[in-house]
Design a protein around this ligand. Structure first.
Ligand SMILES: Cc1cc2nc3c(=O)[nH]c(=O)nc-3n(C[C@H](O)[C@H](O)[C@H](O)COP(=O)(O)OP(=O)(O)OC[C@H]3O[C@@H](n4cnc5c(N)ncnc54)[C@H](O)[C@@H]3O)c2cc1C
Length: 424
């Protein structure tokens, strides 16, 4: 612990930052600890924002990541509504400024955790048009919820996880929903055309219209949105548009800091960004994951998954406090998505170029019947270089747990088939 820092500052008060605050204390840091967050709220959970928060009248307070008083208990100074606007790695200071405007001040640190996450990408030319939303924050979700009235025409631009979840929530609220996706199947990049189409079928099954293979030119309407203008000249009339076309890591405040910024903050396997005592975690971090080694070596990868943000946050305390004993990050990637009554779970690193095969259940059963144990329940395996690279499960929670565990040991395709035989 001889190198351990005295004053620790965490920038970004959300999942990875909050978990980092706990892990820094758990690792034995007893000096000052400050958590800086741009949002006015204490750290809250984002996954419900596209799911149950939209379909219920749930109170925003129920999304809090930690119970009342938790940060006082571990003696963390939380500075909400405060932006980090600059980092000087020489003087080891962060410049901060109030979100409401006002002059910047500097905050010295010995240890720094960068946990500024990502921001939703918006559709060019839609700024200032009422009724057009992106979804990243609690405030975004509250504004969308307001517009999800029965009968409202909702257009969702982007058929990824967040777009698909918003579509499902809008259907549940009685809206007329159109999902617009430029690719020929939703989730094609991650799951490939075949499994993307299987998952996309959930929209058809549940009464949302899916428009594939056509781009969006912009939105129509002066003060308020009236329609989405499609690249083929057609229009999708809409009272509300939700744009789900990916995210951009929040790194602009690090410009000129000397840290390597390239689609996130580039880190080593221990999440260190180069200068001693400076680490990055969660959606903003681009770090190697030892589990991906057989395919990616130690190339840094950025992921936007809840579990990785938690794992990074939990790991960084130990690495920051005892850098001589720092451990490389190593974990089977995992993400889930809830759409309509289906639970989709993905583990490992499936790729659109992998061979894919249904290993458990059948993907060809009849339409989903609003029931988790319904007829459409299967697990598909992805094969690369003779090994199982990843799995995708739809309403197949128990088989998924077994395969997620198997993936830890980089199983051969034969071992995957053996496990599948015990589950069919
Ligand atoms: C609607 C929605 C649904 C999701 N559903 C799922 C799901 O089902 N499954 C799953 O695995 N993952 C899901 N995710 C992804 C998951 O929530 C993210 O991976 C996770 O929130 C990442 O945590 P983070 O702390 O790294 O970043 P973030 O949660 O993005 O937090 C970063 C924080 O830093 C703050 N910040 C940014 N810049 C500054 C600055 N300069 N100064 C101070 N503060 C700053 C931001 O305001 C924000 O509060 C979902 C995400 C969203 C938005």
């Amino acid at each position: 612990m001889s190198n351990s820092p005295k004053r620790i500052v965490i920038v970004g008060a959300s999942l990875a930052g909050a978990r980092a605050a706990h892990s820094v204390r758990a690792a034995g840091h007893d000096g000052p600890l400050t958590l800086i967050g741009a949002e006015p709220h204490l750290p809250y959970d984002r996954p419900p924002l596209s799911k149950e928060f939209l379909t219920s009248e749930q109170d925003p307070g129920s999304l809090a990541l930690d119970p009342d008083g938790a940060y006082d208990e571990i003696d963390v100074e939380v500075m909400a509504s405060t932006f980090a606007v600059g980092l000087d790695t020489e003087s080891r200071t962060v410049s901060i400024a109030p979100a409401a405007g006002g002059s910047a001040e500097t905050l010295p640190f010995d240890g720094l955790v960068i946990a500024t996450g990502a921001a939703a990408r918006s559709l060019r030319g839609t700024e200032g048009i009422a009724g057009v939303h992106t979804l990243r924050t609690l405030d975004d979700s509250m504004a969308i919820r307001e517009g999800l009235r029965a009968g409202a025409r909702v257009a969702v631009v982007g058929g990824g996880f967040i777009g698909s979840e918003v579509a499902a929530s809008a259907v549940a609220r009685g809206c007329e929903v159109t999902v617009i996706e430029a690719a020929t199947a939703p989730l094609m990049r991650g799951l490939g055309a075949e499994m993307g189409a299987r998952v996309g079928a959930l929209h058809d099954d549940n009464g949302a219209e899916l428009r594939l293979g056509v781009g969006v030119d912009g939105v129509l309407g002066t003060d308020r949105v009236e329609a989405v203008a499609m690249a083929d000249g057609s229009r999708v009339p809409a009272d509300l548009v939700v744009v789900g076309i990916g995210v951009v890591p929040n790194t602009s405040w690090l410009e000129g800091s000397g840290l390597q910024i390239d689609n996130g903050v580039v880190c080593d396997a221990t999440l260190c960004c180069g200068p001693p005592g400076i680490y990055a975690v969660g959606d903003v971090a681009r770090a190697p994951n030892g589990w991906l080694g057989p395919w990616h070596g130690d190339a840094p990868i950025r992921v936007e998954h809840w579990t990785a943000a938690v794992e990074h946050g939990m790991a960084v305390g130990r690495n920051l406090i005892a850098p001589d004993e720092a451990q490389p990050y190593h974990s089977v990637p995992f993400v889930w998505s809830d759409q309509y009554d289906a639970r989709i779970q993905i583990a490992g690193h499936p790729d659109a170029d992998d061979d894919v095969e249904v290993l458990v259940g059948s993907a060809n059963d009849g339409p989903n019947t609003h029931n988790r144990d319904s007829s459409r329940s299967f697990l598909a395996g992805y094969r690369r270089d003779g090994r199982l690279s990843g799995v995708m499960a739809l309403n197949a929670i128990r088989p998924f747990v077994r395969f997620r565990r198997l993936l830890a040991g980089h199983p051969t395709w034969g071992e995957a088939l053996e496990l599948a035989a015990t589950l069919n």
